[in-house]
Write a protein that binds this ligand. Structure first.
Ligand SMILES: C[S@@+](CC[C@H](N)C(=O)[O-])C[C@H]1O[C@@H](n2cnc3c(N)ncnc32)[C@H](O)[C@@H]1O
Length: 281
């Protein structure tokens, strides 16, 4: 596991956000707004030049540029930027043309049958699954314990609010159903007032990278460097089972063993993933 080395601001409109985030992460803030770098490739070249790597070196930076916050992974042979995004064309297309309540995730968490559920996405990552569940009507509380990942999602929520304010009320309604917390879900669940327990808890912890997979997707490659493999993931299921009112859903690779070796009530299987459903009595 590693941390961001610095927060770097390439657009002066984000200088104060950059300073605050650097303070939050307890890392240096670097103001690079005078560089006037607009393209991702130019930013990557700048980071290579300013922060030279040793042979196997890898560095991670949080950077503010014209579209808000991104994470830059800089290494000898694999440098790129990633961000969370809830308002771009891809996610808009998926929201409007996706499988809706017929999606596997909707069936797994129970959103295909109910109009509204309170769901805790305890391992929210970049928030892709949380956004789908919110767009299907769920009220989603999201916990993410890695501060850098939390910062990316927090910024994506702000950017989506800003972008949709005058143009996309449906998006604003979805974003308003997403509430993000920077916490370890295992600790957070123990603090939930018994009268406020979520209907459903959704778990998607990291899984060790498949040895034979040709090329791990970019965001997964960063996640493996930044987040690691969630070695404590077996501890979260028992806590979730005693916290959820209706069910716990665990997303797993299709052929992976169940989390904590606990047999599910049933599973919904797709081509590469599986949703194990645990009904709470
Ligand atoms: C595989 S990613 C989740 C991907 C997510 N479902 C999505 O759609 O983007 C797993 C994430 O869960 C987070 N995580 C794992 N265990 C956690 C815990 N106990 N509390 C909070 N976050 C946790 C990791 O830091 C990582 O960001």
């Amino acid at each position: 596991m590693m941390n961001a080395s610095a927060v770097i601001t390439f657009d002066s409109k984000y200088t104060s956000a950059g300073v605050s985030l650097a303070e939050y992460l307890a890392v240096p803030h670097i103001d690079a707004s005078k560089q006037r770098l607009l393209r991702d490739n130019d930013i990557i070249s700048y980071l290579h030049a300013e922060f030279p790597q040793d042979d196997f070196g890898l560095k991670i930076f949080l950077i503010y540029q014209k579209n808000g916050l991104s994470l830059a992974q800089i290494s000898i042979d694999n440098s790129f930027l990633i961000c969370a995004n809830f308002h771009g064309d891809t996610i808009k297309y998926r929201r409007q043309k996706g499988g809706g309540k017929k999606e596997m995730i909707a069936k797994a968490v129970g959103l295909s049958g109910e109009s509204s559920l309170n769901i805790l996405d305890a391992t929210c990552g970049l928030g892709g699954d949380a956004f789908i569940m919110a767009s299907l009507g769920g009220n989603i509380t999201m916990t993410e314990r890695v501060a850098e990942v939390y910062a990316l999602v927090n910024d994506a929520l702000e950017q989506a609010k800003e972008w949709g304010r005058d143009t996309d009320p449906e998006l604003i309604a979805i974003i308003n159903r997403m509430n993000l917390i920077n916490a370890d879900a295992k600790e957070y669940m123990l603090t939930i007032n018994p009268t406020c327990r979520p209907d459903v808890i959704y778990l998607d912890p990291m899984f060790p990278p498949r040895k034979k997979s040709a090329k791990v997707k970019k965001d997964m490659s960063v996640f493996h460097n930044l987040v690691g493999t969630d070695n404590d993931s077996h501890e979260i299921l028992p806590i979730a089972l005693s916290c959820a009112l209706k069910r716990v859903v665990v997303k797993r690779p299709r052929i992976a063993p169940t989390l904590s070796s606990k047999k599910a009530n049933y599973s919904i299987k797709g081509k590469s993933n599986r949703y194990d459903v645990y009904i709470c009595s």
